[in-house]
Design a protein around this ligand. Structure first.
Ligand SMILES: *Cc1c(COP(=O)(O)O)cnc(C)c1O
Length: 393
């Protein structure tokens, strides 16, 4: 076995696609210690800087004293505590949906929804650039699996016209995780409605940062629960905690409780994690300056990068990818930045399409403008050396 595996590993190294973990000690803050050295990181999905917030930590601490650590069982047995229940109610209120249901993680939620709703008689339509968990959920469901061109509502409509399936689900990321661009939810919802398809939106990168009170992309684009019947988001990114939820109608949530294997056959999140998430939801409005500061940094970074001619991909969100192309060069740039104390992740195929390796820069409310300047100066220097390219005019 080991010989055969070693050959595959060697091939991956030769393609500059080998992945390695950084060993890092301490909380998720902009200045982190990696493999012993201090680095300014632009890598985290902790967009609001809540992962190290004292209110989350004390909520988790108090809940552990009252409820112990592990939840001990699944939600349908004895794992569903008052804290989980209250969190579901808070999430439904924040997203303005009738009900919400907690899942162990975003990956499980996406798998769990698609597998509960779809089988061989059905069809699922996915944006080409959707997150792996949506794609995997669609494939595993056994439904006819089709991808449409990125954010292309016309291409989606063409595919929906020819279908004979019983049910149709259109699934999309609201904010694309490796591109940072926003899906045209209004248009997708119209096309889905015209063809009696159900729209499922994965808002892992929008919930907490977009929409009124951080209520997410569906609210930001004015989509009611009818327009977007299946709304999913995670608690491990902007909310700085862990877990995920699905929000929608009474019937949707009850169906998931009855039929979603990824909901039924797994241990409920620790009560302390639910308590931390609950504190985090309250902070979305109590500390609304966080969304505002993040937006200021996004505008500042994109304007400066544009005037320098950096090859940024178009994005108005906290995810600001710098397009490189070659995996080898992307790694080189990432290494050079690390030498000057900056941590930025190189994203390579198969996470992104071939020939589109990039640096995935993420901004957070925990960053200051001086932090952003530090990154811009370093990128400018690499541009002068010819390692970082220029934007096409
Ligand atoms: C991170 C992510 C997920 C998975 O969420 P986890 O809670 O980390 O499992 C799902 N969808 C998208 C778009 C994501 O970025």
């Amino acid at each position: 076995m080991d010989q055969e595996l070693a050959a595959d590993l060697q091939a991956r190294r030769a393609d500059h696609l080998y992945r390695q973990r950084n060993r890092h000690s301490g909380p998720q803050v902009p200045l982190i210690k990696v493999n012993g050295s201090q680095l300014l990181a632009f890598t985290s999905n902790d967009y609001l800087g809540l992962a190290n917030h004292p209110k989350l930590i004390s909520a988790a601490h108090s809940a552990s004293k009252l409820y112990g650590l592990g939840s001990g069982a699944s939600h349908l047995v004895t794992g569903h505590t008052d804290l989980h229940h209250e969190l579901e109610q808070a999430l439904a209120a924040t997203t303005q949906r009738p009900r919400a249901l907690l899942f162990g993680s975003g990956y499980m939620a996406n798998m769990g929804v698609l597998n509960a709703l779809l089988d061989r008689r059905d069809a699922v339509y996915q944006d080409r650039l959707n997150h792996a968990s949506l794609l995997d959920g669609g494939l595993l469901s056994g439904a006819k699996f089709q991808r449409y061109r990125h954010n292309d509502t016309t291409n989606l409509a063409d595919k929906l016209v020819t279908t004979q399936a019983r049910r149709h689900v259109v699934a999309t990321d609201a904010v694309f995780s490796m591109d940072g661009d926003i899906a045209p939810l209004k248009g997708l919802s119209q096309v889905a409605n015209e063809h009696h398809a159900w729209l499922m939106v994965d808002d892992a990168h929008g919930f907490g940062v977009l929409g009124a009170g951080g209520g997410g992309s569906a609210l930001a684009q004015g989509l009611s629960s009818n327009d977007c019947p299946i709304y999913m988001a995670t608690l491990g990114k902007a909310l700085g905690s862990y877990g995920a939820f699905v929000a929608g109608s009474e019937e949707l949530i009850e169906s998931l409780i009855q039929f979603s294997r990824n909901y039924i056959y797994t241990t409920a999140l620790p009560p302390s994690v639910a308590a931390a998430s609950l504190a985090s939801v309250a902070l979305l409005t109590e500390e609304a300056w966080r969304q505002q500061h993040l937006n200021r940094l996004i505008n500042y970074f994109t304007q400066q990068a544009q005037s320098m001619g950096l090859p940024l991909m178009y994005s108005q969100t906290a995810i600001q990818p710098l397009l490189v192309g070659s995996s080898k060069v992307a790694i080189q740039i990432s290494d050079e930045l690390r030498q000057v104390g900056l941590l930025v992740t190189a994203i390579r195929p198969p996470t992104v399409p071939k020939g589109t390796a990039r640096l995935r820069i993420t901004l957070s409310a925990a960053h200051s403008e001086a932090h952003v300047d530090e990154l811009l100066v370093a990128l400018g220097r690499l541009q002068q050396q010819g390692l970082v390219g220029r934007a096409e005019q």
